[in-house]
Design a protein. Structure first.
Length: 152
C-alpha cells in the first residue's frame, strides 16, 4: 500500500506551497474565464457580421418594390388574389349556394333526373317512403309517373 503525501502546515496555517487556509488549488483561473467570455462575444460579433454580409449580397441588385393598391387587378400582377371586400364576396357565395339548393333543375338532361329543394324532397320521401333498389330481386321498382319527383 502506498502512502499519499500530506501537505504540512506551518503556524500561520500555510501549507508547503505557501497557500493559506480557504484557498482551493483546483479553482479555475480567472484568466481562462475572461478569455472564454471575450471569445464568446467575439464569436457573436463575427456571426452578426457574417449574417449582415450575406444579407447585403443576397439583396444586391433588387430594387425597392413599387406599392400597389389592394384592388389592383392588372394582368401582370403577381402573387395571390386578395379579397377586396370579404363580406360582400361571402354573401355572393352564400346566395349562389342557397339558389342552387332551393332551385329546380335537370341534373343529367331533360327527362332523366331532376334537382329539387331539400324541403320538398323530404316531404316526398315522408309521403312515399324510401324507394327500394330497382335491381334488387326482393324489392320491386317504385311506381313511375306519380307525384312531383317523377319524370315523364
Amino acid at each position: 500500500m502506498t502512502a499519499t503525501p500530506q501537505n504540512h502546515q506551518d503556524r500561520k496555517g500555510r501549507d508547503d506551497r505557501g497557500v493559506g487556509p480557504g484557498f482551493e488549488p483546483r479553482d479555475v483561473p480567472a484568466r481562462g474565464v475572461v478569455c472564454a467570455v471575450i471569445g464568446l462575444f467575439a464569436g457573436i460579433a463575427l456571426s452578426a457580421a457574417l449574417v449582415a454580409g450575406l444579407g447585403v449580397l443576397l439583396t444586391a441588385g433588387v430594387g425597392p418594390e413599387q406599392p400597389q393598391a389592394i384592388g389592383d387587378t392588372r394582368p401582370g400582377a403577381a402573387g395571390p388574389r386578395l379579397q377586396v371586400d370579404p363580406r360582400r364576396e361571402r354573401a355572393a357565395v352564400e346566395a349562389a349556394a342557397a339558389a342552387k339548393l332551393q332551385g329546380y333543375r335537370w341534373i343529367d338532361g331533360p327527362g332523366r333526373r331532376a334537382h329539387i329543394p331539400i324541403d320538398r324532397a323530404m316531404q316526398i320521401l315522408a309521403a312515399r317512403g324510401w324507394p327500394a333498389h330497382p335491381t334488387h330481386p326482393a324489392h320491386p321498382a317504385p311506381d313511375q309517373g306519380q307525384g312531383e319527383g317523377a319524370t315523364p
